[in-house]
Design a protein around this ligand. Structure first.
Ligand code: NAD
Length: 322
């Protein structure tokens, strides 16, 4: 039986990935600062610990002989966490420290394969100023100008893993995830991302009222349903493709239209009140030419279907906590 370690297994994507690896027959060791919040972990063992701490990481690598490591642990959140500026020092320091620890130990222990979750936030601001035609082809990440320190840290860590792969001959796979959403995503507390935050606002609003939406709502994004994120991650890990590749949807939508979609799902009469707030770049969309070529696969699940499931899930969470 193959053994996988999922770092960040208490988080949204890590918990889903853990479940998938278990279904596939892996023995899974989950590691995080916390247990998953919304669903129990499927991991065989779950270690609570701080991956910024060298000693904790050294013990972890010494204790298990692993076939695959999935490095998803990061200090992250939605626009309210990443784009306000006040968390920048922590975001850079915490995530870089984790990645420095893991890259070094992966080499020392000759880990056969390592996955790193990078982000669409690596792409330069100057290619994402037009909401109608953002440009996020993988090679356009250079010359670099990410719009957040979170994006700069991801770019640094991509380079760290790629350099270690080249010099120390380890196998590394890197995905640039684009806005992953679905059941289990944080929906309140300050780190939630747009789809879950908007579902919460709509679910909590009474018919005839309005909800606040950050920015003019004309900014565009694409959103990838969690199941396809996990599918893409597994396919990438099983492939021989070694460059960073987008794992995202090409179904781009403006934020106001996303809100309208959620309102329609809710069946309520609600209007939109666009207010000042952190928004990030004007437009962003996944460019799936490379993933299609490399994996002969790309996501195709409709946003409206994923949002229906996500809205019901957020609504059920609100009822649980009421
Ligand atoms: P998440 O915040 O739910 O999961 C990250 C997990 O890392 C959290 O459970 C957190 O407790 C853990 N962690 C943070 N610091 C740690 C530490 N010092 N020691 C141990 N664990 C620590 O985020 P997610 O949405 O599941 O994202 C997973 C990965 O994918 C992250 O690296 C993120 O940057 C990347 N990513 C996510 C998205 C998205 O839309 N969700 C988009 C692009 C990239």
């Amino acid at each position: 039986m193959e053994t996988a370690i999922v770092l960040g297994a208490g988080g949204f994507i890590g918990n889903h990935l853990t479940a998938r690896l278990k279904q596939e027959g892996y023995r899974v060791i989950g590691v995080d600062l916390k247990y998953p919040e919304f669903a129990p972990t499927a991991a065989d063992e779950f270690l609570i610990g701080d991956l910024r701490k060298q000693e904790f990481c050294s013990d972890l690598f010494a204790r298990y002989r692993v076939d695959e490591i999935y490095q998803l642990a990061a200090d992250m959140g939605g626009a309210g966490y990443i784009f306000t500026g006040e968390n920048d020092a922590m975001v850079m320091h915490n995530s870089a420290q984790i990645n420095l620890n893991i890259a070094g130990l992966a080499v020392q222990h000759r880990v056969p394969k390592l996955f790193f979750s990078s982000s669409a936030c690596v792409y330069p601001t100057f290619n994402q100023e037009n909401p109608e035609s953002p440009f996020c082809e993988e090679k356009s990440a250079y010359p670099a100008l990410p719009d957040s320190e979170y994006g700069w840290e991801k770019l640094f860590s991509e380079r760290l893993y790629l350099t270690f792969a080249r010099i120390h001959k380890i196998q590394v796979r890197i995905a640039r995830y684009h806005n992953i959403y679905g059941p289990g995503n944080p929906w309140k507390g300050g780190r939630e991302k747009a789809p879950a935050a908007l579902c919460r606002k709509v679910a909590e609003a009474t018919g005839g009222s309005s909800i606040e939406v950050w920015g003019d709502g004309l900014q565009t994004r694409s959103f990838l349903y969690i199941d396809e994120c996990i599918e893409g991650t597994r396919r990438l890990m099983q492939s021989n493709f070694t460059s960073p590749v987008n794992i995202g949807s090409e179904e781009m939508i403006s934020i106001n239209n996303l809100v309208k979609m959620i309102i329609e799902i809710s069946g309520k009469q609600i209007s939109i009140n666009n207010i000042d707030g952190p928004t990030g770049v004007r437009g962003r969309n996944s460019d799936n030419r490379l993933i299609q070529q490399a994996l002969l696969w790309q996501p195709n699940y409709a946003l409206s279907k994923g949002m229906e499931t996500t809205y019901s899930w957020v609504e059920s969470q609100i009822k649980k906590t009421a």
